[in-house]
Write a protein that binds this ligand. Structure first.
Ligand SMILES: C[S@@+](CC[C@H](N)C(=O)[O-])C[C@H]1O[C@@H](n2cnc3c(N)ncnc32)[C@H](O)[C@@H]1O
Length: 253
């Protein structure tokens, strides 16, 4: 088992997740995010939250949509394929992520989520998938989202819960991955800026073909973590806990 210094180093998960220089380094290239995304699949319900999110966006038939923290652009590309007439603007802090998204033929711009390059009320939909735990000023970003949304617009925000990958993290001596915007606390933050908030919780499953795949995954989070994973034979699976929030009636900013 890992020694206590490692456990201590990773305990303040929430601060680490929104440290600007750590976030910029983490997403300076697409490879760490792509590796992490590749091991996830549906859980016991057979539901993939990425598909659920895409379908939720499409069902709203937005004329204008803004995605913040678009990553490699997989979601943006899948929405634009189904809704070619939607003016979809994908944004991210990372130039590498924006380049990867633009390579799908999606309109993409480098932008901090706290200062979006669109006028007041422009967007019918704003999407924030697995990124609100990274922003240093969550309240400021939600205020900016409310600014760019039309009065009848919708924010779709996805995040993970405190139990996400808890079995794998426990094996390397790390406590629950609690963040500032989680399945458990996200609704309270959203209610400060939206009149109506609902959530759909989805259990997912990470499948690691072998020990090397699990250590490689952990190393994308922190290079000290993979080395702390005790040996195991064959594949292993660990549960993930994800939530899709739907927030309507943005409060006047
Ligand atoms: C965990 S990744 C999720 C990417 C994508 N939404 C997905 O589901 O694969 C978080 C993304 O948010 C971006 N990001 C982090 N902080 C940001 C900020 N303040 N403004 C805009 N993007 C940010 C990162 O560069 C990264 O691409």
């Amino acid at each position: 088992m890992p020694d206590r210094p490692l456990a201590h180093a990773m305990t303040d998960w929430s601060s680490r997740m929104r440290d600007r220089s750590a976030v910029e380094a983490q997403y300076s290239t697409t490879d760490r995010l792509s590796r992490r995304r590749s091991i996830w699949g549906p859980g016991p319900e057979g539901v993939d939250p990425n598909v659920l999110l895409r379908d939720a966006i499409v069902a709203l038939h937005p004329r204008h949509a803004v995605e913040i923290g678009c990553g490699t652009g997989a979601l943006a590309a899948s929405v634009c394929r189904v809704l070619p007439s939607c003016d979809y603007l994908a944004t991210d802090l990372s130039p590498a992520m924006v380049a990867a998204t633009a390579a799908h033929g999606v309109r993409a711009e480098v932008s901090d989520a706290g200062s979006l390059p669109v006028p007041d009320g422009w967007a019918d939909v704003v999407v924030a998938a697995w990124m609100l735990y990274h922003v240093p000023d969550l309240d400021g970003v939600l205020r900016e989202v409310a600014r760019v949304l039309a009065p009848d617009g919708t924010l779709l925000a996805v995040t993970n819960g405190d139990r996400h990958l808890a079995t794998l993290l426990a094996d390397v001596g790390v406590g629950p991955a609690q963040t500032q915007f989680s399945s458990e606390n996200g609704a309270a933050s959203l209610r400060e800026h939206f009149g109506e908030v609902s959530q759909r919780d989805v259990e997912t499953l990470a499948t690691f073909p072998d020990h090397g795949a699990a250590t490689a995954y952990l190393d994308t989070i922190d290079p000290t973590l993979g080395a702390a994973l005790p040996a195991f034979q064959g594949p292993r699976s660990d549960a993930g806990f994800t939530t899709i929030f739907t927030a309507r009636n943005p409060r006047p900013f």
